[in-house]
Every structure is written in C-alpha cells, then in structure tokens.
Design a protein around this ligand. Structure first.
Ligand code: ZN
Length: 340
C-alpha cells in the first residue's frame, strides 16, 4: 500500500526536500568544475586519506590542523556556547573531535571506529580547513572522482558539535577505502542521523540550521532514507543494486518520483533496459499525479525535466504490450493534461 497518510507534510514539504537536494547538487557540480586546490595533495600519496573541513571565513588557503595546535584548547574547552559562530582555526578541528569523543555516538561499535579513524587522520595532519562557497551545508567533493579524499563543507556552522557532526559523516566514508556506493552513503547518513538526534536532544545543535538532517530523519521514519540520496547520488546507482533493492524499504510503492526516475535512468544508461523492471517502476501507483508527471519528466531530462521526452524514451524501451498498458496508465493519471 502506498502510505498516503505518511506523506504527512504533503506536497510542499516534499518539494522543499527536492529543491534543497537539487540546490546542493548544483553546488556540487560547480565545485566539481572549480579548480582543485588539493590536486597536489592527491598526487602526494594515493593511499593517504584526507578529510578537509571547508569553512566559510577560514580563508582561501588550506590550513592543516597541525600538531602544534593540538591540545592547547582541546581539553578543558567544554561545549562552546551553542549556536555561536566561531572563527575557526586548525585547533578547532581538535576541539570538534573532542566534542565527538564525549558523545554517546562515539561509544557505539561504529562510533568507536569513527573516532579512531578521526584521531588517525588528525595525527597524520589530514584534516584541514578551507574556504567554501556560501550556502553549502556540508558536502564532500567528488570532482576528482578519487576515493582518497573527503572534503567537507560547513557554511552554517554554529558550534564544534555541528562541525563534529559533519566530520563524522566523512569519517564513516573514510573507514572503508572501497568504491563509493549508495550503501556507503547510507551508512554515513545513518551514523550522522543518530549522532544528530543525540546532539538535538542535548540542545547542542540548532535544528533550524540542519535541514538535511531533519529531512533525513523524517524520511527515514517513513522508510525513505534512500529517497534522501536521490537525485544527488544517482550516479552511484547500478543495475545490480536496483535489482537487489527494488523491494526494500516498502518497495517501489514507497519510493518518491526522483528515486524512481533515477532507477529507470540508471537501467537505461547502463544499456540494460530490463523492460519488465522499468515497467514495474513506472507503473507502480504513486500518491499524487504530479509525482507521476515529475517521474516521467525526469526520465526525459534529469535536470530540467521533459515529460514528452520521457514518454518517448519509455516507448522505445517497452514492447507493444507494455506500451499499451503504459498508455492506459498515462490516460488514467494524466487524462487531458498530457502535455503535447
Ligand atoms: Zn557522504
């Protein structure tokens, strides 16, 4: 059953999520195109893992969290006043790690590994500060397509706790030096969400500044954690993953339009039409007609959306029998509102 009443906040809230994900996606693209200030770092050692904290106001140059700075303020400096915007220095990396160290999240099985990875990266002077574009809530940059880097953006940093929150997300990625995957991203989001809940309960972060964490928790409660990841991480999808997970988390009926379009696009782009699976994905009922429209449009053009192109693309894939069934679904859902 499609959980109509689970939509709760309804269309506006969903649209907000999509808009935010889209915007952060755009920022990522711009960052990917920008000149890479860490290029020489990457070349230095392929097995070295770097975690960079990009902080607005930290200055244009990369600053290493040097050993000299360690310890000066690390201990004894309890939580700085929440919601205050500190001027960050490399020593703050140390302070942020210590905040995490004191948390319940750091005492879980994964948390202990995350903490020791952060300590390792810190010791190797692999955590740095860098200036970043305004409006980015926290990303690692994938411009180089390299697994050995974990850049992190913090534009709305209020506290060492908020900084620690983003650092732990990237540190989960840094636990396994493997191919970056959807599963890997979910693990990082999951860990971050648990830690975020703890910080929120203790009033150490301001929920108003953590839209993505809030979206994740809300959608996770609806069994839609995976839907937070799309379309942002759609390029991580592969056919095997879609086959494996199509019935998970409430199945296709519980997927949002963006996710379904990402699934279909991935199947088609890998040259594996899987027409039965494609047909299932697009014909599984959706709660709102506008979502159905959006899904087809995004199959036509992932960025701008193009409904007619989506229809054309699917009609090429489908057998005549599928095509007839699909056209009946379109008539039912869109009727006279089908754009020409
Ligand atoms: Zn991530």
């Amino acid at each position: 059953m499609a959980p109509a009443n689970h939509r709760g906040n309804g269309r506006r809230a969903e649209a907000d999520v999509h808009e935010r994900l889209f915007l952060s996606n755009q920022v990522m693209l711009r960052m990917a195109e920008a000149k890479d200030p860490f290029a020489s770092h990457d070349e230095r050692s392929s097995d070295m893992v770097g975690l960079y904290v990009r902080v607005r106001g930290a200055g244009p140059m990369l600053q290493r969290a040097g050993k000299d700075e360690a310890g000066k303020q690390a201990t004894g400096e309890k939580a700085i006043k929440p919601f205050e915007q500190p001027k960050l220095q490399p020593k703050d990396v140390r302070a942020a790690i210590d905040q995490f160290k004191n948390s319940d999240a750091a005492k879980t099985a994964v948390g202990r590994r995350v903490l020791s990875r952060l300590e390792e990266l810190y010791k190797e002077e692999e955590i740095g500060l860098e200036d970043m574009p305004v409006g980015l809530g926290g990303e690692y940059r994938t411009g180089s397509q390299s697994w050995g880097r974990y850049d992190l953006g913090l534009s709305e940093l209020q506290s060492y706790n908020a900084m620690a929150l983003k650092m732990t997300h990237e540190a989960v990625h840094a636990l396994e030096v493997e191919r970056h995957s959807v599963d890997d991203e979910m693990a990082a989001f999951d860990f971050e969400a648990d830690y975020y809940e703890e910080l929120k309960k203790k009033k150490l972060v301001n929920p108003a500044e953590h839209d993505l964490n809030e979206d994740y928790l809300r959608l996770k409660a609806e069994n839609r954690a995976v839907d937070v990841l799309f379309p942002k991480y759609a390029k991580l999808l592969d056919v095997a993953w879609i086959r494996k997970h199509k019935d998970d988390w409430g199945g296709l009926a519980n997927r949002l339009s963006e996710t379904r379009a990402a699934y279909v696009n991935s199947l088609l782009e890998e040259g594996d039409s899987e027409e039965n699976l494609v047909f299932r994905i697009v014909s599984e009922p959706m709660v709102y007609d506008w979502e159905f429209h959006e899904m087809i449009a995004k199959i036509g053009d992932r960025e701008k959306g193009d409904f007619a192109a989506g229809l054309r693309r699917l009609n090429v894939v489908f057998t005549p029998a599928h095509r007839d069934a699909f056209n009946r679904i379109i008539q039912t859902r869109m009727g006279s509102r089908i754009p020409k």
